[in-house]
Design a protein around this ligand. Structure first.
Ligand code: IMP
Length: 427
């Protein structure tokens, strides 16, 4: 049995794309199990950059099976554009599989996401405005439209009609904006179906068959643990479950099937969107990290908020995900710094706490307690083995490992595939 889950251990954007891309080389199947095109992966192959939002980056390897599982919400317009982009780049997409049970993002979801953010004003979540939240709301409210529904012309027409009655009422009466026309959406979505139909199947059967045959299956998490609907910094979270356990629900496999959980840990912390961020650096150091790390959203282009590594978050994340290995990414971004800080605990109302608080009000009051590490002030981008890293960089990595009690098994020192150091076999 060889199923491995790769998840984000912070607020997303940890560099999972690169790690999953590298592991995809060893895997026989790559599966996405949650989120939608709010995610963004940048993968560099032979100096060429690929940006993907929905299709697993494993698609860049022609022989790998790539699955969009039932837990993902699919915007078929984005999916069709991504397919066209890949095909234009000469990438074969025949090995893509799309779940019959995945829910669809509809045009009214995107509109409602935008309107709701605008209505909230200063209390906005800072969503990617891709309709993710409203699509998952409909799924939970049992009025969502699934891929399987789109395939049945009459069923699709009925559900769409019922949804439009309600959504147009909300759009017109509550927000005072125009509604959507049935024919427009119906025709567009049926044309998307014609484009994607050949990939659609019961993906749970395909994934379980691979696992039973002992094939290597990689579950690719999107976003990060602190954006998880249950375990994240609620309400500043996404509407799905980026944690490892969600791979079971979002792909239709039993919990007994996942052997390894690799948490991707960026060597510092970033977050996009709103909400408290204890180790945030608002001055020059934050700006330096943002510039060196090119910390701008892949999906929205927004500048990311940057700060020191927060081990309180990592400890929490290690626990929630059952991490038994971690990948430290973007180590090279810290190359020029003389001193590097890691938050090891918080001071909250005069007390030292090490457990990540559930209350956002409490989190906003938490002051980081730092342990300081010597910077290595050496270029690490050419290191190809652990031993080639400067001693002070290894001290930083080992310091993190000791605090979070998880072994760093992968170290990334740049965006390219070859800028990755493996300390053990993952599959
Ligand atoms: P939504 O997922 O678009 O509803 O956005 C909810 C929150 O999750 C916002 O703070 C977003 O910025 C954040 N978010 C969603 N996807 C990502 C991602 O891939 N990386 C980082 N943050 C994300």
């Amino acid at each position: 049995m060889s199923a491995v889950a790769v998840i984000g251990s912070q607020w997303g954007d940890e560099g999972k794309g690169k790690i999953t891309d590298y592991l995809a080389e060893k895997a026989e199947m790559v599966v996405r199990y949650q989120g939608g095109n709010n995610a963004g992966h940048t993968v560099v192959v032979d100096d060429k950059e690929f940006k993907l939002h929905l299709i697993p980056s494993g698609i860049l390897y022609p022989e790998k099976m790539c699955v969009i599982g039932n837990g993902v919400v699919i915007d078929p317009e984005v999916l069709c554009k991504e397919l066209a982009y890949l095909e234009k780049e000469g990438i074969n997409t025949d090995n893509l599989r799309i779940s019959l049970r995945a829910h669809l993002i509809m045009p009214y979801h995107i509109r409602l996401d935008e309107l709701e953010e605008e209505r909230k004003g200063v209390n906005k979540i800072g969503t990617t405005r891709r309709g993710i939240g409203p699509a998952y709301m409909d799924k939970a409210a049992r009025v969502g439209i699934r891929v399987v529904d789109l395939m049945d012309e009459k069923e699709f027409a009925d559900i769409l009609q019922r949804n439009l009655e309600e959504k147009n009422h909300v759009l017109q009466k509550i927000y005072g904006v125009e509604g959507f026309k049935f024919e427009d959406i119906f025709n567009k979505y049926r044309s998307y179906l014609a484009r994607i139909e050949k990939y659609i199947t019961d993906t749970t059967a395909v994934i379980n068959e691979y696992i039973e045959q002992g094939k290597k299956v990689l579950f690719e998490g999107a976003q990060g643990t602190l954006l998880d609907l249950d375990h994240g910094t609620y309400p500043y979270v996404t509407s799905s479950h980026p944690v490892a356990g969600a791979a079971c629900i979002g792909a239709g496999i039993g919990p007994t099937k996942i052997r390894r959980v690799i948490g991707v840990v960026k060597a510092y912390t970033t977050r996009v969107g709103e909400g408290p961020f204890p180790t945030e650096l608002l001055g020059e150091e934050g700006e330096l990290i943002r510039k060196r790390g090119w910390e701008y959203g892949t999906t929205t282009g927004r500048p990311r908020r940057c700060g020191w590594l927060d081990a309180v978050i990592l400890n929490y994340s290690a626990r929630i995900n059952g991490m038994n290995g971690c990948a430290i990414t973007k180590l090279d971004v810290l190359d020029s710094l003389a001193k590097i800080k890691v938050c090891v605990a918080y001071e909250y109302r005069g007390q030292v706490i090490k457990n990540f608080p559930a209350s956002l009000k409490a989190l906003a009051e938490c002051k980081p307690i730092y342990e300081e590490f010597e910077g290595w002030q050496t270029d690490t981008t050419k290191a190809r083995s652990y031993e080639e890293l400067p001693a002070k960089a290894r001290q930083y990595i080992e310091g993190i490992a000791e605090i979070i009690k998880v072994k760093p098994v992968i170290i990334a020192v740049g965006p390219k595939r070859e800028q990755t150091i493996f300390r053990e076999e993952i599959f």
